[in-house]
Design a binder for this molecule. Structure first.
Ligand SMILES: [Zn+2]
Length: 186
């Protein structure tokens, strides 16, 4: 292969740091436009208490789960769910000004008390963490999970208005069963 007519004329990226003669910003500030990520989106869904990224939930979910007056609900704002275990904030809105804690919610939030046996994990068919653990210990966890799956398939679930996270519990149930199973196996 002759190197004189090589189509690979564009040199690797390392060179364009030096080569791009943007002499106007020699202090490295010109490297910013290369970063495509918009910082604005990462800050708006960060929990104001713990700083972790929240999960967007329907306002309907927040309305259904709050035990306090819904007069404080702001229509047209996006609410987020904070799943951080040691953070008391359950819901917060997009500007982070409004927060609702565990005390403002009707049920114990699984993510905030995942270690306690009495904590609900399946909010539609009423299964607690302890129940799932017991099932895993007796090897019937797949039966329990299948039962939940059937329930969701026939439309008996209402995750968006019963589960604080606003979505299906199956992932959490599997997680509890798996970790309980691992505990027994050891
Ligand atoms: Zn938080």
């Amino acid at each position: 292969m002759s190197d004189c007519c090589s189509p690979i004329n564009n040199e690797p990226e390392e060179t364009d740091v030096v080569a791009s003669g943007d002499s106007s910003c020699s202090d490295g500030a010109c490297s910013v436009p290369n970063v495509e990520a918009a910082p604005a989106t990462t800050t708006t869904n960060a929990c104001p208490a713990c700083g972790q990224k929240g999960k967007a939930v329907d306002t309907q979910t927040v309305k259904a789960l709050l035990s306090v007056s819904l007069r404080t609900i702001q229509e047209g704002t996006q609410y987020y769910f904070c799943k951080t275990a040691d953070c008391d904030v359950v819901y917060f809105n997009e500007d982070g000004v409004q927060t609702y804690g565990q005390d403002d919610v009707r049920v114990t939030v699984y993510q905030k008390a995942a270690e306690a046996d009495e904590t609900p994990v399946c909010y539609c068919f009423s299964h607690t963490v302890g129940e799932v653990r017991a099932a895993a210990h007796s090897g019937t966890d797949t039966v329990l999970i299948d039962d939940i799956t059937v329930g969701t398939q026939v439309g008996q679930c209402a995750c968006d208005i019963r589960n604080p996270q606003g979505s299906c519990c199956l992932g959490n149930v599997r997680k509890v069963a798996k970790s309980a199973g691992e505990t027994t196996a050891v």
